[in-house]
Write a protein that binds this ligand. Structure first.
Ligand SMILES: [Zn+2]
Length: 294
């Protein structure tokens, strides 16, 4: 098979977007209600939760895509938690590949622009070795998904647990080495990994500069961020908590930076009440916008 040529335009956004991870509980399984609730609340994005595997039928996927387009909701998808490209078990590695290929083929139907996933463990390897294994697996995902996958980016995420694959360096290297990949920066995971140190303007700017210097407009035009409160130990993340004053990371300096630098990220909230968290972040951002524009 000839190597895949990457010609798709980046999905450059007009403004920062905010939305929940997963459907709002109050939708009680009704797809129409999902999108009505989001639009009525002022949410502008949704990360479809396929965290136990993408099981939607083609019909359902189309319905989701139509509703998303009609509602002007930016769609991403979170693929299965049990993806593991560095697993010692070849069956798990192959299943992980097939999951992303399937997600890529479904993404145009669902209007999904980014497929978020955790690459997995380091498979007992040193990080540089694990990187080669994960990199080659993702390249083969694209080769097999081919043209039908062109609707979306693969968006590997910063890991919350230090032992897992997904440091800043690894995610940057992956997006650098595999065409069609953009980073998902999970700020709660970064906060947990850094033992609470990545929590202010200076540290946020440093991380953003690292990504921007390495990936340029690929990063800036397609910023995909996760937010949430979080608790952690020396090993990294423990559990997601509400966005707000009580738990870090502090979203206020993040919103200031986004406003000042004119970035247009999609913020997906993964707190226990993700719609509420997304709206809280949006409120913070709009307060800053209003204050600065007066
Ligand atoms: Zn996340």
């Amino acid at each position: 098979m000839s190597p895949l040529k990457w010609t798709r335009r980046n999905d450059v956004l007009q403004k920062a977007l905010f939305g929940p991870a997963g459907y709002p509980d109050t939708a009680r399984g009704s797809l129409k209600r999902v999108f009505k609730i989001l639009v009525d609340a002022g949410a502008t994005a949704l990360e479809y939760a396929a965290v136990y595997g993408l099981q939607a039928s083609e019909g359902k996927a189309k319905q989701i895509g139509d509703l998303a387009r009609q509602s002007g909701i930016m769609m991403s998808m979170h693929e299965a938690y049990y993806i593991n490209f560095a697993s010692k078990d070849p069956k798990i590695r192959e299943k992980s590949r097939q999951r992303l290929i399937h997600a890529l083929r479904f993404s145009p139907l669902m209007s999904v622009k980014r497929i978020v996933f955790h690459p997995g463990t380091q498979g007992g390897m040193i990080p540089a070795e694990a990187h080669i294994v994960v990199r080659d697996a993702l390249r083969s995902v694209w080769e097999e998904a081919g043209r039908r996958g062109r609707g979306a980016f693969l968006a590997p995420e910063i890991a919350g647990k230090i032992v897992m694959y997904g440091s800043v360096d690894q995610i940057i290297a992956l997006c650098h080495d595999v065409e069609g990949c953009i980073p998902t920066i999970d700020w709660a995971h970064l906060y947990a990994r850094s033992q609470g140190k990545i929590n202010d303007r200076e540290s946020y700017l440093k991380i953003l500069a690292q990504f921007e210097n390495a990936l340029g407009s690929l990063f800036v035009d397609n910023m995909h961020f996760h937010i949430s409160g979080i608790t952690f130990t020396e090993k990294g993340e423990v559990s997601h908590q509400p966005c707000g004053e009580e738990w870090g990371p502090d979203l206020h300096p993040m919103m200031e930076i986004v406003h000042e630098l004119g970035y247009k990220p999609t913020f997906i909230c993964e707190s226990p009440n993700p719609l509420q968290g997304a709206l809280f972040a949006k409120f913070l951002f709009e307060q800053i916008e209003m204050g600065r524009n007066e």
